[in-house]
Design a protein around this ligand. Structure first.
Ligand code: GDP
Length: 193
């Protein structure tokens, strides 16, 4: 998809603030620093609509982006900071549950995982959670440009194995640097919007 119009609608901290719109939503989840903002910006051809390099301690929000007046990208707060307090972690859990529990507009979830490493505990929990709720998932393996070329296939298999990947889901190898996977990611997303 060639994107001409993209704008942030709201940074929500609770359900009351979610857009009233009935448009389809595709949510994005991932460990902090996995490349989630970069992924959104690459897909919509913007340098920095989504904020990159988020720092720990920043207010956790769910950001709704309206794309081409057609659907919403819903950027969920990142997980996995070692340094967040128990309180912040609990708050994160509540926000995520509140969104997933009864958001009828949600059609699919992009789950971003750093291609260079094995999935983290948080990555595994997120994927399990999404599968438990039967959401279609598009796993996006990020930073492919930094992953060793000769170990690629092996690493993809490892990630799938560790996640207990459902072959009905999509798996896209992606890089913001080379733009590898951009078309494939759009194709996968367009199935749900
Ligand atoms: P977020 O916290 O998940 O939103 O992650 P960001 O999009 O802010 O990215 C975190 C860091 O990883 C930044 O320094 C990005 O420039 C870098 N990064 C993101 N995607 C890629 C990628 O595909 N390749 C490389 N080499 N670096 C990336």
């Amino acid at each position: 998809m060639k994107v001409h119009a993209a704008e942030i609608v709201i940074s929500a901290v609770s359900k009351k603030q979610y857009p009233k719109s009935a448009l389809a939503e595709v949510a994005l989840a991932g460990r902090s620093n996995v490349g989630k903002s970069s992924f959104i910006n690459t897909l919509i051809d913007r340098k920095k609509l989504a904020r990159t390099s988020s720092k720990p301690g920043r207010t956790q929000t769910i950001n709704f982006y309206l794309i081409e007046n057609k659907f919403h990208f819903v950027d969920l707060p990142g997980y996995g900071y070692a340094k967040v307090s128990k309180q912040e972690r609990a708050k994160w859990g509540e926000m995520i549950d509140e969104y997933f529990a009864n958001r009828k507009q949600l059609q699919a979830v992009v789950s971003l995982i750093d291609m260079r490493h094995d999935p983290s505990e948080g990555d595994i929990q997120m994927y399990d959670f999404l599968k438990y709720y039967n959401f279609p998932v598009i796993v996006v393996a990020t930073k492919a440009d930094k992953a060793a070329k000769n170990k690629r296939e092996q690493q993809i298999s490892r990630i799938k194995e560790i996640l207990d990947f459902d072959e009905n889901d999509r798996f896209v190898v992606f890089s913001t640097v080379t733009k590898e996977g951009k078309e494939e990611a759009w194709k996968a997303i367009e199935e749900f919007i």
